[in-house]
Design a protein around this ligand. Structure first.
Ligand code: OOG
Ligand code: NI
Length: 304
């Protein structure tokens, strides 16, 4: 493999993250809150992963987004399936910085999903096809939209409110992709790498963010399921409730729809390394967990 261009990875990651923070005031405010509780400020905030969504048709799916990262040396890892939500996801690990390096401490993991359009109703499937076909007709549209993290790759088509509602009725995920396209869906802050007292464990982070003066709404707060825990107990995740943003449809009408959220991920040391003096990222629980991810997807559900 060609040698890894770390500056190119850093530039790509920061391009996605800057655009996301600029569009999502709550995400930025939550990240700033964690930075101000940390001794070294923003330098203590590390991204555990970046997450994208897509449609699985006409070259618009996981592989299209993944291409951007594969070209930078990222490596495909596990696939995760969500049959009830009709979703499939894959995650990608960053390349090794050098032999014996700590890749996931150097660059964020990438989590990419798509909705399986064929499992939606015929009406919803037709809506997806209308936009993905338009995207496929513009040469290079998918690749460049994915590379730029630009909002929508649907060629000249602007989503209609009717299409949005057809999708939202059966898949809030699909409705999200229709209006937000390839925007970064969320970043996850690495909780165990925040070194501040009072903001270094999952429960501390959630208490800091949901308590005064901040009062951020966390996903699952209504039924006491804020922290999602993997069966081995080693991957703990929480997230904010997505911001709401106004989207303008083809007929000029506008609607407030869920946009993006920010996530917090704590990876505990693997049992065989728990007593080690230095716990690198490579000695911690890696990967993702279907049972955690499933409710995290709902961070962008419309609040009833
Ligand atoms: C992804 C939800 C899952 C994780 O870290 O497991 C997830 C999404 O909302 O697109 O972020
Ligand atoms: Ni995530």
């Amino acid at each position: 493999m060609a040698s890894v261009d770390h500056d190119a990875i850093r530039a790509t990651v920061s391009r996605f993250v800057e655009a996301y923070l600029a569009r999502n005031p709550t995400a930025r405010a939550a990240v700033d809150a964690l930075a101000s509780a940390a001794p070294n400020g923003a330098a203590d905030v590390h991204w555990d992963h970046l997450a994208f969504r897509s449609f699985d048709r006409d070259g618009c799916g996981v592989d299209a987004v993944a291409r951007v990262f594969l070209d930078l040396g990222y490596v495909p890892r596990d696939e995760l399936r969500f049959p009830k939500k009709k979703l499939l996801a894959r995650w990608y690990a960053p390349p090794d910085p050098d032999p014996g390096g700590d890749p996931c401490a150097t660059h964020p993991r990438v989590f990419i999903s798509h909705v399986l359009a064929d499992r939606l109703s015929p009406a919803a499937r037709d809506v997806v096809a209308k936009y993905t076909t338009a995207a496929a007709e513009v040469p290079g549209a998918i690749a460049s939209a994915a590379a730029a993290g630009s909002r929508r790759p649907w060629g000249a088509l602007v989503p209609t409110r009717e299409d949005y509602e057809t999708l939202a009725a059966e898949s809030e995920y699909a409705a999200w992709v229709l209006v937000h396209g390839y925007s970064l869906n969320h970043v996850a802050v690495s909780v165990h790498r925040l070194v501040a007292e009072g903001a270094k464990r999952m429960d501390d982070v959630n208490a800091l963010l949901s308590g005064p003066p901040y009062g951020f709404a966390l996903n699952g707060a209504e039924d006491d399921s804020v922290v999602k825990v993997s069966p081995d107990g080693l991957l703990r995740q929480s997230s904010t409730v997505a911001d709401v943003a106004s989207v303008t449809f083809e007929d000029g009408g506008a609607l407030d729809v869920p946009s993006c959220y920010v996530e917090f991920a704590e990876r505990l040391p693997l049992p065989q390394f728990a007593g080690d003096a230095t716990i690198t990222e490579a000695k911690r629980r890696d990967g993702f967990e279907v049972g955690n991810a499933d409710p995290i997807f709902e961070s962008t559900n419309a609040r009833k």
